[in-house]
Design a protein around this ligand. Structure first.
Ligand code: NAP
Length: 281
């Protein structure tokens, strides 16, 4: 293997330590702790595992987690009502609606009920626009975490050809917007793309976000490219790690790459929301 590792686990730990200090300083001044409310609909076991992980990390840095669990058969209106209540609750700093919600729930409608000032997972249309136009707002947590990781390792993006594989609202689309904002030349690939191999093999930076294990063959990777694998399905990423690491200059491991950075971004934005809502400290 010749690639160096983009170590999301270690970077997220450093961020968490900084947040512990910041939360303690803020709480001393405000007499309150930041609060992150999570809404989870149904009993999907992977989603509950992700939420448990987020709750544990919240507690570690001094954020108070609140969990609202709704029955699997909840309607869009019922979920939206709960989210509105949290938007209006002054004690709540951040709101996360765990994705995916059951099929009968219109996620977009639910997301839009989140107060933009509390959208610490960066899922509302307002947050997407803010990412596109570099305005003040919160970033989608996974793309935001990836950008922070690239920044920590000093990866240059301006003028480089970036390929994002995936175009979901929570990951692929905001990822491309953030890369574009850093002056990368961005191409999106998706399930209807007919020349995925050609697109990937021209990329200086590849962000894989499809959730299809092994979709991206290691020998497609251009020599010295930067490879970020956000995919996670069947305990595996989207990229053939060993072969890709022979060609890449930098690569994220799965696990230990993007996952911890997603949570770090979420927690950081919750603390930032608390700071904004209670004045600078
Ligand atoms: P999603 O909503 O299912 O979107 C998947 C995207 O991949 C879609 O845009 C789809 O294209 C595209 N795609 C599917 N098959 C493809 C193929 N054969 N070739 C090219 N593109 C293809 O999933 P998501 O929520 O964005 O998540 C994507 C992956 O990231 C999942 O593995 C998920 O577990 C992981 N994830 C990880 C984290 C983390 O913290 N590590 C956070 C969020 C998600 P179409 O639009 O054409 O359907």
């Amino acid at each position: 293997m010749s690639a160096q590792i983009l170590d999301g686990g270690a970077t997220a730990k450093t961020i968490a330590n900084d947040l512990i200090a910041e939360v303690s300083r803020l709480s001393e001044r405000t007499g309150k702790r930041p609060v992150l409310a999570t809404v989870i609909v149904g009993d999907d076991s992977a989603s509950h595992t992700y939420v448990r992980m987020k709750v544990a990390r919240c507690k570690k840095v001094g954020i108070e987690p609140r969990q609202i669990t709704l029955p699997a058969e909840s309607s869009t209106e019922q979920v939206t009502r709960e989210v509105r209540k949290l938007s209006e609750d002054d004690s709540v700093d951040g709101i996360l609606v765990q994705h995916p919600a059951p099929v009968q729930v219109d996620e977009k409608q639910v997301f839009e009920a989140i107060d933009p000032g509390k959208d610490v997972d960066g899922v509302t249309s307002g947050s997407l626009a803010a990412m596109a136009f570099k305005e003040q707002g919160f970033r989608s947590a996974t793309p935001g975490g990836i950008m922070r990781l690239l920044e920590e390792y000093g990866i240059e993006l301006a003028g480089r050809r970036a390929v994002v594989v995936g175009r979901s609202r929570i990951l692929g689309i905001p990822m491309g917007l953030l890369l574009l904002a850093e002056n990368a030349t961005v191409t999106y690939c998706h399930s209807k793309t007919t020349d995925l191999k050609q697109q990937v093999s021209r990329a200086d930076v590849v962000v894989a976000a499809a959730g299809r294990p092994g979709l991206i063959a290691g020998d497609w990777i251009k020599q010295d490219a930067v490879v970020v694998d956000a995919g996670y399905a069947d305990n595996s990423g989207d990229v053939e790690f060993d072969a890709a690491a022979e060609r890449a200059s930098w690569i994220t491991p799965v696990p230990g790459g993007v996952g911890p950075m997603t949570i770090a971004c979420l927690l950081g934005q919750t603390v930032e929301s608390h700071r904004r809502r209670h004045g600078p400290g």
